[in-house]
Design a protein around this ligand. Structure first.
Ligand code: BJW
Ligand code: ZN
Length: 245
């Protein structure tokens, strides 16, 4: 890492107090060091092997629920076999030293596993399933999940409780996420391509409200032009540098 970036990170670290408001937007890159594939970019990324419209839309699910469930079951297995990494841990540690809230686009639950207490799951959770008929939602940790899962209340087909393309974000989570983005001193953007909306707009909201935006990524993203500081590298290496000792 460039010496000026190291120095700037140290300066920010030393300025953090229990009243410093820190909001976080995390994406797939934060879990890459845990061995969970990202969606875009890397050679073995999910969208280099599969077409999003075949797997991450309601249309895909209704045309072939078994195919979509098998893909989610495979991902549930990968997540269950692995665990959170030093980047998730750093955020859980930083929460003890500041006023920190996480908005994550990830569905893996690793922030909560690491001990973070306020986590808004913008795109839902891979560990919850929802009935397509009565909308009853439940936690389901079984791996593999018995296919196809059906609702205990009405017998309807259940789907992963995640947000697919063309679907709206839970209105309460959306509102809270924009509130925390628009009311913070530091906004950390970690491991996201900044290509999916409305999540990427949270960075604009933070910037427009006057927050200092710090981005942690292997490479520049769609929101890097909004960053006051770009920290290159894997977030499991770089993010711990921000945590006061
Ligand atoms: C590392 C690293 C390391 C790697 N360390 N970094 C405005 C403009 C254009 C389009 C739209 C728009 N508004 C809406 C749209 C349409 C669409 C959209 O955004 N399309 C774009 C792709 C063009 N958005 C939607 O459809 C959204 N819904 C919506 O807008 O609804 C409107 C509506 C309103 C009211 C009623 C009805 C409808 C929903 C979007 C849902 C996205 N869902 C997914 C799947 C979730 C479930 C699942 O996991 O299966 O969410 S798609 C996928 O992308 C997933 C992710 O959360 C999301 C973002 O990906 P992320 O996190 O950025 O990951 P990657 O892989 O893209 O990037 C990884 C990054 O990490 C890279 O930068 C690497 O460099 C970096 N990295 N290793 C640090 N070790
Ligand atoms: Zn039901």
């Amino acid at each position: 890492m460039d010496e000026t970036v190291v120095q700037e990170l140290a300066r920010i670290r030393e300025s953090i107090t229990p009243s410093t408001k820190i909001s976080v937007l995390s994406g797939a890159g934060i879990s890459a060091a845990s061995g969970i594939p990202t969606f875009r970019g890397a050679q073995d990324s999910l969208w280099s092997k599969y077409r999003p419209e075949d797997l991450a839309t309601a249309q895909a699910f209704y045309s072939d629920p078994e195919l979509v469930w098998r893909w989610y079951d495979w991902r549930r297995g990968l997540i269950a076999e692995s665990k959170f990494n030093a980047a998730h841990q750093a955020l859980a540690d930083l929460e003890k030293k500041s006023d920190l809230v996480i908005v994550t686009q990830n569905v893996d639950g690793y922030h909560q596993d690491a001990g973070s207490s306020t986590v808004h799951e913008f795109h839902g959770s891979i560990w919850r399933v929802r009935c397509t008929d009565c909308h009853y939602e439940r936690y389901e940790r079984a791996v593999p999940i018995p296919l196809l899962p059906h609702c205990k209340k009405c017998g309807g087909l259940e789907r992963p409780a995640v947000v697919w393309f063309g679907e709206g974000i839970d209105p309460q989570i959306m509102q809270r996420s924009f509130e925390v983005a628009g009311d913070c001193d530091l906004f950390l953007v970690i491991g996201t391509a900044g290509a999916v909306y409305p999540a990427a707009s949270l960075v604009d909201a933070a910037k427009n409200a006057g927050a200092m935006v710090i981005e942690f990524n292997l490479e520049k993203s769609g929101v890097s032009h909004l960053a006051d500081l770009f920290v290159p590298g894997s977030s499991h290496d770089t993010l711990p540098e921000l945590v006061p000792g």
